[in-house]
Every structure is written in C-alpha cells, then in structure tokens.
Design a protein around this ligand. Sequence first.
Ligand SMILES: Cc1cc2nc3c(=O)[nH]c(=O)nc-3n(C[C@H](O)[C@H](O)[C@H](O)COP(=O)(O)OP(=O)(O)OC[C@H]3O[C@@H](n4cnc5c(N)ncnc54)[C@H](O)[C@@H]3O)c2cc1C
Length: 465
Amino acid sequence: MNLFIFSEDLRIRDNKALYEASLEQKGLIALYIINKGKNEEHGDSLAKLKLKLLALAEIRNPLVSLNIPIKVLHSQDIRDEPKEILGFCKKHQITNIFLNSEYPFNEKQRNKKLETLCNKNDINLRMFDSQLIDPKKVKNNSGQPFKVFTPYSKKIRVLLTTEILQEEPEPLKQIRKITDEDDIPSFKDTYDEEFNFSIDNHPVTEKSASKRLEEFVETSISNYKELRDIPSLSSTSNLSSSFAIGLITSKQAINQVFSSSDGTGTGQFAWVNEIIWREFYKYITYHYPHVSKGKSFNPKYDLFSWREDEDSFIKWCEGKTGIPIVDAAMRQLNQTKWMHNRLRMITAMFLSKNLLVDWRKGERYFMENLIDGDFCSNNGGWQWSASTGVDASPYFRIFNPITQSEKFDPDGKFIKNFVPELIECPSNEIHNPSIETRSSLNYPEMIVDLKSSRLRAIDAFKSIK
Ligand SMILES: Cc1cc2nc3c(=O)[nH]c(=O)nc-3n(C[C@H](O)[C@H](O)[C@H](O)COP(=O)(O)OP(=O)(O)OC[C@H]3O[C@@H](n4cnc5c(N)ncnc54)[C@H](O)[C@@H]3O)c2cc1C
C-alpha cells in the first residue's frame, strides 16, 4: 500500500508525488496532518488554516473518485511527526511513502528523520522536488548558489524548456478501493474556536484558482507592470493564497502566460518575474538554512541592536501610527488577512527602519495574520525591507511612507477605504494631515518623526561593520 502525505500541495493536477504514488494502482491513501503545536510555533494564521481545511474538504471528492481516501493524523509537535507517521504506516501496511519536498528547516529535519526511520523499517520514502527547477541544479558560473535575484532569474528563464514546463499528469485511479476514510474535521472542532472570517475572496479549489489565473492572464496581465503598485486597484492576480496552499503551481502559472503570448510583453514579463521571486526565496531557504532559524541572511546584522519599543510595535500592528498609508495597510491586513505588495514593503520598512524594531517581530505578525503566509516569501520580503537579506534593499534607501503614499495612492482612495477617520480629510492633507485636522478628526499624531528616524536608522546600520 502507498501513502501520499500532503504538505503545501492541496491539488490533484501537477502534483508530482501524488502522481508517482498512484502509478502502481495497488492502493493509495492520502494523509493530511493537523499539527497545532507546529502551527503555533510557526505562527500560522487562522485564515490560512481555515483555507487549508476548506480546500482539503473540496479535494476529498475528486480523490475518492480515484479510489484514494483521505486520512487525518493529529500531532502536537513537528518533531513527533516522523514516529507518528511510522505508526500510521504500520497500522495501514504502508510500504511506500511519497511526498513533495519543503525547504524550511523544521520541515527538512522532519523529512530527514522520517527517512532514517523508514530505512530502519523497510519503508521506501520517495521525495520529489516541488520547485519549478530543483534548487540543487541551479548554480552560478562558479558552481555556487546564486545570491542575487537578476542573474538567478536570467538563469531560470534559460532553463525553462518545454520539458521542464511539462506538467504532471493526473493521478491514476486505484484498482484497489479502500473504503476506510476519515471525515474532514471542521475548523471549529480542530482549533476550538470560531473564526468568522469570510474566505470568499480566495479560491478553495484548484479549479477556481485556475479560473482566476486564466481570467487574470486574459484580462489584466498586460497592464500589470503599470498598475501593480496601486493598492486601490485590483490589478494583481490575488493568487498568493492559492500558491501558498498549493492549489496551483508556478509551472501552471507560467504555462498559462505562454499559452496566450510569447511572454515578452511588459506585463507578462513582470508577472513571471514575480513567480520567479517566489521561487528565488524558496531557493534561498533551501541553500541557506540559517534564514529559517531566525537568523539574518547577512550574519553581520545578527549583531544589530534593535529598539525595544512595544508601544510603537502595538500601534503599528493596530494601524494607529498616525501615518495614513501605514495605518490603512495594517488595517487592510487585519480586516482582510491580505495586504498589497507595495504596502507590505512600506509597512515592513517603516517598522524595521523608522521604528528600528526587530524585523522578526513584524515577520511573525504578518505570518500570524496573512492568509497567504509563506515562510520563504515572508522571510525574504522582511529581510529585503530590513536590508538584512539576500539581494536586499540597501540600508540607506529608506522609503518615505508619505512620498510613497503620494505616488501610489495619489487621491487617498485606498487610505479612505481603510481609515474611516480620514474620510472627511481635505484631499491636500490626506497623506499627512495637519495637527488641527488630526485633532478634529480624532486621528493620532505620528508616533515618530520620519526625518530624524531615517537618519537614526542610517547611523545604526552604518555602525555595523
Ligand atoms: C514584507 C513582505 C512579506 C511578504 N510575505 C509574503 C507571504 O507571506 N506570502 C506570499 O505569498 N508573499 C509574500 N510577499 C510577497 C508579495 O507581497 C505577495 O506575494 C503579493 O502581494 C501577493 O499578491 P498577488 O497574489 O496579487 O501577487 P501578484 O503580483 O499577482 O504576483 C503573482 C504571485 O507571485 C508571487 N509573488 C509576487 N510578489 C512576490 C514577492 N515579492 N516575493 C515572493 N513572491 C512574490 C506570489 O505567489 C503571487 O501570488 C511578501 C512581501 C513582502 C515585502
């Protein structure tokens, strides 16, 4: 009997490990592990956990029609998973395990331990690479892993042959039918709490994710480069939650782009670049495991003295900093569990530079709230903004949130949508209301002076040799 273990790959199509597990058709179980201890340790958001359970419930029927039942295993600690999986295998006479690889440290350790246990117990473990191109195979001219995005992306584009872009076939129907399957638990039963958040804006099936992908490529991609930075528009794909839980793959996304164009249009090129950024951060996590141990990519910044300023941190989290664009962005995150990319950069830079608060606190807060929380992209985005990361923004190039706001939300439409106190704010003050306007609208003063805090950050970074 074969076992496929789900990771962030809740799909049937283009799923290498699931397909390989199905080939013998001699009986296959799909296992989903609910691990509340791991969720807590990693700060997984309730929104993402809810989306995953809904997606699991949706994938159940198509799997059952292939005679592949879903079983659910409850665990409390990722370090316990290997022996619990082994126990499961013994109970169900499993002789082969199939899974798609994951790159963060804890997941890699789990799979390594599982491999050792399998070897000792005559179980065959087969792990498949889940990236567009196996990270081991992508090196620079000196045979080293890349550390800079542009040459990495050029190399990836060269390697994207028709063969590499070939998607995996759907799994084969199993001849042996196993009727013993588990119910998919409800969110409330699993996490002991209600989470009244509407998931309507996010696909829960691979079919709906593919439809969104198709529509985006048909109607919006050509304007992507010009409009992608305007948060009041819905001009990006909004597919990040689908990528994060694995409803769709980078391969499918790129194939969709190439199905209707040669991919060289400015919008098409820019969008594929973002897919490659996603791949890049996974690649970095694979090659530089210290980033998933809470370390800066650039070790010299591990010596940095971040400011202890809980009060400002809380105001940042709540969207009460007195900087309209930052507050609107944080409230977008708190209310919708998603944030526009330009705003992720503005808020992350404001926290790590103007407030000089440890970027790891912001990274955790994002993870705890984002429906698309993805360790590699989130860590990469935070370290980019904090200038501690791979190919990061130089420490002296600090965004001024007010200038950013003027540029990307010129009429304050986005701000007014998320900061109702400012609906009546005169338009010439929307990015930085006067003291009188703030007072009359009951909107707080800025928690930090942008000019002096910028200089303070530059001095602090400069002092790290
Ligand atoms: C501080 C910070 C934290 C972030 N945290 C996450 C996170 O936890 N999860 C996450 O998926 N993305 C994260 N991003 C990247 C990016 O903000 C989101 O992927 C994007 O906003 C999602 O919107 P979209 O699906 O409409 O993207 P589109 O613009 O349509 O892009 C298509 C896809 O490309 C990928 N992508 C786009 N931009 C990036 C990027 N800069 N880095 C890596 N992948 C990218 C995403 O999978 C996205 O769905 C973060 C960025 C920053 C600066």
